[in-house]
Design a binder for this molecule. Sequence first.
Ligand SMILES: [Zn+2]
Length: 87
Amino acid sequence: MSAESFKRGLAAAAKVFTSQSREYKVGDEVLACTFCRGKSFEHRRVLLNTAAATLVNLDWANAQASAMVCDQCSHIMWFFKEPTRVL
Ligand SMILES: [Zn+2]
């Protein structure tokens, strides 16, 4: 395999990786942005810990939530349980 075809292979692999579905489901419903109705999201796990919560010693303070960031308008929707990716 030439270096050039190896590079092309890598580029193709990178494209496949980045083009994977960014659609998610919550229960049976496909997640849609409440602002623009977009269906493509970036998923981030976010700690719910805050200084105030730590101060009053709340049990849920160290819990994580899912922040779903709309690809189209960047609106953030929060979920306590992680949405499942649509394959
Ligand atoms: Zn949106």
